[in-house]
Design a protein. Structure first.
Length: 339
């Protein structure tokens, strides 16, 4: 017996369509989620942190070798960013994961994570300063630098006495002591070159080295800026007459080699032979006795034009000058009466 059979529609196409519909829905949802997350992350990364803009600008320190996770964690802990993970992700997306610098950085209040990333990768580290007073010896400069905890490393450079320019120097935390000394040496040579080219004619100084030697004596003799050119003129006049310089600071340097004497010069030490004692030797000592400043160098290379050969303390921090020994002896008596 024959007859028509009822055909059953295939289920495969129906299931595939259903699966594709669900997949499209999931992908759309995923795209929306990613879009939302991207917006949230972007907002967190680029929008400034709402903070008190009037508070003092904090300083953030990165130690050498610090990994990104540690840096991000510390930034969050110090309330400089709102989320360490967003910061880490943003830094990686910008290709700066290995570019964060070691040092100290000023982070302005209300900075975005993006701005902080820029500061830590491109910004200028916070600079500290040290002022080297005029007239310190190398030993004293080295002692000063050795006591500064912001500097690192042993001092291995051995500049000659007088080779360091007393000045204020700036450096980031962690700079080596040697690098700062090198900076001082370069500053001295640059300054000396400039002043040497503008020196007065017919000075009894044959080289820059001799100029530094005499300038160091001028520096140690007076701390009064207006007197430096006068003191320099006394020594220039004495050199021209082949007279001994008779400078007390040269006695001290011959005894202590740059260390502090800590007491008055004894009478027996005035005539004690050393290579530096200008009461004994004629001409200049073999090396400077300190590091002279710019003003002492300038005064030495352009001294006042005087006929002075003597000076003594006036009891008020300065000196009184004389042309003759007789006048000088009177000034000495006046000074002794004031003591």
């Amino acid at each position: 017996m024959s007859g028509d059979t009822e055909s059953v529609p295939p289920q495969t196409n129906s299931k595939s369509a259903y699966f594709l519909t669900r997949l499209k829905t999931l992908l759309s949802a995923l795209i929306i989620i990613v879009f939302i997350l991207s917006g949230v992350i972007g907002t967190l990364f680029f929008i400034p942190l709402q903070d008190d803009k009037d508070k003092e600008t904090p300083v953030f320190t990165i130690e050498a070798g610090s990994p990104l996770p540690l840096i991000a964690r510390r930034l969050e802990k110090e309330d400089l960013i709102s989320d360490q993970y967003v910061f880490r992700l943003g830094v990686k997306l910008f290709g700066n994961a290995g570019q964060l610098k070691a040092g100290e950085f000023s982070v302005p209040s209300q900075s975005s994570m993006f701005r902080i990333m820029q500061i830590l990768t491109e910004g200028q580290a916070v600079l500290h300063s040290v002022t080297i007073p005029e007239g310190l010896s190398n030993v004293q400069v080295f002692n000063l630098l050795s006591e500064m905890p912001l500097l690192e490393g042993e001092i291995t450079r051995t500049p000659s006495e007088g080779a360091l320019l007393p000045e204020t120097y700036y450096f980031p935390r962690g700079s080596s002591r040697d690098s700062l000394i090198l900076q001082m040496e370069k500053a001295m040579q640059q300054t000396l070159n400039q002043l040497w080219d503008k020196r007065a004619p017919n000075l009894p100084l044959e080289s820059q080295e001799e100029a530094v030697v005499l300038a160091s004596i001028v520096e140690k003799e007076t701390g009064v800026a207006a007197e430096r050119a006068l003191v320099a003129s006394v020594f220039i006049n004495r050199l021209n007459k082949n007279m001994r310089l008779q400078s007390d600071p040269t006695i001290i340097y011959g005894l202590k080699k740059g260390e502090v004497l800590g007491r008055p010069i004894r009478k027996s030490e005035i005539k004690k032979p050393t290579a530096y004692n200008t009461y004994v030797i004629r001409g200049l000592p073999p090396t400077p006795i300190a590091n002279p400043g710019r003003l002492a160098l300038a005064a030495t290379l352009n001294p006042a034009k005087t006929e002075y050969f003597y000076f003594v303390a006036n009891g008020t921090g300065g000196h009184v000058f004389a042309k003759t020994l007789a006048a000088h002896n009177k000034n000495v008596e006046n000074w002794r009466r004031m003591r």
